[in-house]
Ligand binder design. Sequence first.
Ligand code: AMP
Length: 546
Amino acid sequence: MQGNMMQMPLLISALLRHADAYHGDTEIVSRLAPGEIHRYTYRDAHRRTRRLANALGSLGVVQSSRVGTLACNTHRHFELYFAVSGVGAIINTVNPRLFPEQVEYIINHAEDEIMCFDPALLPLVEKIAARCPRVRAWVALTGAGEMPESELELLCYESLLGSHGDRFEWPELDENTASSLCYTSGTTGNPKGVLYSHRSTLLHTLAICLPDGLDLSAREVMMPVTPMFHVFSWGLPYAACLVGAKLVLPGAQLDGASLYDLFEKEQVTFTSGVPTVWLGLLEHLQSKKLKLSSLKRAVIGGSACPPAMFDQFADLGVEVIHAWGMTETSPFATSNHLKAKHLLLPEADRRRLRTKQGRPGFGVELKIVDGEGRELPRDGVAFGDLLVRGPWVTVAYFKADGDSVLRDGWFPTGDVATLDEDGFVQITDRSKDVIKSGGEWISSIDIENFAIAHPAVAEAAVIGVAHPKWAERPLLVVVRKSGQDVDREQLLGFLRDKIAKWWLPDDVVFVESLPHTATGKLSKLTLRQQLKDYRWPEVPASTALT
Ligand code: AMP
């Protein structure tokens, strides 16, 4: 027997329709250039998105067509999110920070027919356009008066919108229709496409708004600093519509001073970003002795948030929501909210729990397994390969001929982690970054977290370097804070009482900067290449351990 309830597919267009109908006067604010702020409401956004839907039709976009974007966080990118998916086509956000060859690869692999790009990215577009034969139109996301000069034949976004009306009925699609496509920027091989559906996006959006997800509501002013070109800014533009929060889109200026300016002027309460983006903000606040007057919460993920960063934010009155996920998981899978029983714990124990990557909410299941695939205990100690499953986790990469990437129905994340009985996960490493010393595993993230707590350390990375006796030993690579001094002995002395004796790095190398990937993670692959000629000093500290 079937239930008697309405059949309403879970569609992305419903999010914007809801925001228009019940939060029509709530603002979306975009910074288009330094000092150039654009303001409108969800009602205006919906009206323009309907115009855009008509414009896309005039460009020959039909169901399943791919429309690509090369753009930062602005209201125009927001409109593309909803118009492209809304008409049944697929939005493919491309990360402009990737190498031009990778950008070109993604556009060709996705078979993007239309590419919409920020004018600032014209040099990149000009470099690759000739090698992207399927792209029928390159649309500059700007007004007619600001169209850049180019040898390429460009279309103007605002002119396109201006030449179409706003009468458009969003089609009632099957909720399993593909809506959006984002490529993982893996460190090796070609990028791989993750193809989301309307249903997976809506379920993910509902889940992240829950109190033990990101706890979002119509009372927030949300400023996603996570780029809209990478995993849909962690789904936050969709979530803002679902709850009807004011949305602030920071454009391309993500330095500390620019972020601070927007936080204060728009009275932002909630933000999101990878740890590297916050280094700039925290340094700016510290050097200028500034306070944050409205910001209450920052969701941090993409890489481990060092406990020292938790404390710095706490001192500013900002709660860090540490979250873990990946492109393949839409991306949210866990966040670090405590349970009632944890509130009775001493402060130090609560902090220890909250600095982990958190626990899954309903819809995400996790387990850790050993090398033979046997499940390991959830005791917070054993660590193994982290597997995940759920309705917003991918089963296969785009155009992989149906080849499932699953292992017995679970997605292998490539992360190594511990899990405790409450489901709190702690990521110890990417599996390829784990340091194997004398048959035991050392967590590079743990050592980095302690090193970064030293007041003179701006950034730290730990990599395994081949060692004649122990197979591999940890090498600590450090960027000093400007104007600060610290040497090898002081740093090793600082770490000595914080980590197991045999985890202590054998040496410290000081560098001007560390390499990062296009999504702001430490690129250990590049770092290992940069340090390939490194040799241990005559008597490594570890020989003293035996
Ligand atoms: P991406 O697909 O680019 O979003 O990268 C996903 C990967 O980033 C994960 O598999 C983890 O290795 C890493 N990651 C994401 N969030 C965290 C976190 N909170 N702590 C540690 N690593 C993280």
